[in-house]
Every structure is written in structure tokens, then in C-alpha cells.
Ligand binder design. Structure first.
Ligand SMILES: Nc1ncnc2c1ncn2[C@@H]1O[C@H](COP(=O)(O)OP(=O)(O)OP(=O)(O)O)[C@@H](O)[C@H]1O
Ligand SMILES: [Mg+2]
Length: 332
């Protein structure tokens, strides 16, 4: 269920996972103080959501929440976005514009993808943090801001520092508290509950009466590695709800979005017909146990995207045994 960012508070977040519980505890501390925070987590783990929740639970809740993504922006645009400009400050500046720091006064500024900030942006942001002062482009008037800073990154800033891509002084300024948000695959015990809750919400939204998930479809969801984390989970559950034409989610309703970061890219579509016995040339069904075992092996191997370790785990057999079975199938 998609929470509403403008009202969500840290106290509304629930988990049964230890690492996530720690993350929520730190977020509570963060909301009760004004220290700069770095939210570190893979894409889709909930950094933007947590930044809003911290702001909404803080003493600044009535103030503005201003987001800024500094990656891939020209230096002039970046300066005018962060600090604003006066009319005529540069070609095309037909109106005066307030910058993000000015807009965030009394509230929170959320600097997203901070690790991608250009060296110039890093210098400029550092100056505001050190002195709390800045000028609009084209003006010499000093403006003051009182904005609480929350940053988000999906790569370790310490690594960027070691690579010489991030300024050490800025790193220390920003890093009052780092909150690490665990990846979804590291809190698998929450998967079933999250899927069920979103399925209920999606079915309601799309006017469908879905009351179960077929065990083979559930196996497929549980075996997935969720590189896109919660975003991917919500997307997948929504599409399977749309594809479902009965009351039960079947494996063929489960489509994972292509994973752009992975070599095992292509979307996985599972054919539930593989569960019915194959028809022989004479029209009879092959009901032998060997054929059922073979079909089940192929099915699980496909669910695991050809990953032997994962397939062996799902089957409850050793990897060596699985390899032996697969070799035997290859030679058939
Ligand atoms: N604790 C949570 N409870 C419910 N939904 C959540 C939670 N955390 C994240 N979500 C949902 O998951 C999706 C991804 O979250 P979000 O956009 O905050 O991730 P992100 O880490 O900022 O991703 P990116 O790095 O791509 O910006 C959103 O739809 C958000 O509403
Ligand atoms: Mg985000």
C-alpha cells in the first residue's frame, strides 16, 4: 500500500526485521534532533519515503520539505536552483527565482543522489553548511537559511571519498548520522506480508476479487532477488493483480520488470501449464513419477532464473545433487 508522503510519520513504519527495526529507531532519533543525516540504501528501499517521514515527525513538520537532485545538472543551472537568481542574472533569467535553500528555510532540504554531486556543487553546499549564508546569482545580498539537511545515496559516501570523488570536509559536515536501509532480499521474512497487503490494496483499487496466490506463484515471488526492492515489489504485485482474470494469482500472472543492472535481465514469465502432464504422441498422458520429477526440476530451475544455488535451495537438495539431475536431463 502506497503511503502518503505528506502525512507519513516515522511512528507509522512497521517491521519484523531486526535491521529495519534498527533503521526505524535511528530515524526516530533523527526526527528528534537537527543533525544532518545520510540515508544509505539501494534503489527502491525507501530513502525518499524515510526522509519525508523524518521531516513529518520532526519539530519542522509545519515547515517546507524541499527536494533537490543534483546529479546531471549544468553548473549555472545548479547554482540558480540551489541559491536562486535575480532577474537578468544570466541570459534567459527573465524572472527572479528563489533557490532551494531559501525555500527550505524553517524546514528540511532533501539532497538526493548526493554522491553524484559535481565538485562545484559540493563546494557551494559546503559553504552554506559552514556559514548558513548564500547569495542569489546576480545579487550581493547575503541571505540566511535555517534548513535541516537530509541526504540520500545508493553508494557508500566513504567509498566515494576514497575514490577522490567526494570532498572529505563535506562528508564530515553531512554525516551526522548514517541510516542504512536494508535491501528487501535481506529481510525476506517480510516478503509474504508485504505481498499480501499490497495484493489486497491493488485488488480493491482495480475492483478484483482475488483471494489466493497459487503456491507455485508464491514460490516464484519468494525466490526472486528483488534488486529494485520495494518499488519492484509494488510494481510486480500491481501487474499480477491486473493480469489475474480469476480469483487466484497463478504463476503466469507474475511478471518481473526487466532488471537493468543484471546480466540475468529478461522478464520472467512462468508457464503454469508446465504443471500438467505432457501428452504422448498416442494422445495419452505421461503420468510416471520420473516425468513429474523432471517437470518439477525444470520448473524450479526456471523460477530461479537458472541460478543453481537458488534452485537447489528451493528444491531442498544439495547443489551437487541438482547438477547431477540437470546433467542427466541434458543427456536425454
Ligand atoms: N516502509 C515502507 N512502507 C511502505 N512503502 C514503502 C516503504 N518504504 C518504501 N516504500 C515504497 O517503496 C517505493 C520506493 O521507495 P522510495 O522512492 O522512497 O525509494 P528510494 O530508496 O528513494 O529509491 P531511489 O534510490 O530510486 O530514489 C515507494 O513507492 C514507497 O512508497
Ligand atoms: Mg528516492
Amino acid at each position: 500500500m502506497q503511503p502518503t508522503l505528506s502525512t507519513l510519520r516515522v511512528e507509522d513504519l512497521r517491521t519484523t526485521n531486526d535491521a529495519m527495526a534498527r533503521c526505524i529507531r535511528l530515524a526516530t532519533l533523527a526526527a528528534n534532533s537537527d543533525v544532518p543525516i545520510v540515508l544509505l540504501g539501494e534503489t527502491g528501499t525507501g530513502k525518499t519515503l524515510l526522509a519525508h517521514a523524518i521531516h513529518n515527525s520532526s519539530a519542522r513538520a509545519e515547515g517546507p520539505f524541499i527536494s533537490f537532485n543534483a546529479s546531471a545538472m549544468s553548473d549555472t543551472l545548479l547554482e540558480s536552483q540551489l541559491f536562486g537568481h535575480e532577474k537578468g542574472a544570466f541570459t534567459g533569467a527573465q524572472q527572479a527565482l528563489k533557490g532551494k535553500f531559501e525555500l527550505a528555510n524553517g524546514g528540511t532540504i532533501f539532497l538526493d543522489e548526493i554522491s553524484e554531486m559535481s565538485p562545484l556543487a559540493q563546494v557551494k553546499v559546503l559553504r552554506v553548511l559552514e556559514y548558513g549564508e548564500f547569495e542569489r546569482l546576480g545579487s550581493e545580498r547575503m541571505l540566511k537559511t535555517d534548513a535541516r539537511i537530509i541526504c540520500a545515496t545508493n553508494v557508500s559516501l566513504r567509498d566515494r571519498l576514497r575514490q577522490g570523488k567526494f570532498r572529505e570536509d563535506l562528508y564530515h559536515r553531512l554525516n551526522g548520522l548514517t541510516i542504512l536501509i536494508p535491501a528487501l532480499r535481506d529481510r525476506r521474512e517480510e516478503l509474504a506480508g508485504l505481498i499480501a497487503a499490497e495484493l489486497k490494496a491493488s485488488a480493491l483499487r482495480f475492483g478484483k476479487e482475488i483471494n489466493a496466490i497459487h503456491p507455485a506463484a508464491m514460490d516464484c515471488l519468494m525466490a526472486h532477488d528483488w534488486r529494485g526492492n520495494l518499488r519492484e515489489l509494488y510494481h510486480t504485485v500491481r501487474t499480477m493483480t491486473l493480469f489475474c482474470d480469476g480469483n487466484v494469482i497463478m504463476p503466469e500472472h507474475v511478471h518481473f520488470p526487466p532488471d537493468l543492472n543484471s546480466a540475468e535481465s529478461s522478464a520472467t514469465v512462468v508457464d503454469s501449464n508446465s504443471a500438467s502432464p505432457p501428452v504422448r504422441v498416442d494422445g495419452s498422458h505421461d503420468l510416471s513419477l520420473a516425468s513429474a520429477v523432471e517437470r518439477h526440476l525444470r520448473f524450479v530451475y526456471r523460477q530461479a532464473n537458472g541460478n543453481q544455488r537458488r534452485a537447489a535451495k528451493l528444491l531442498g537438495i544439495s547443489r551437487a545433487t541438482l547438477s547431477r539431475h540437470l546433467r542427466a536431463l541434458d543427456h536425454k
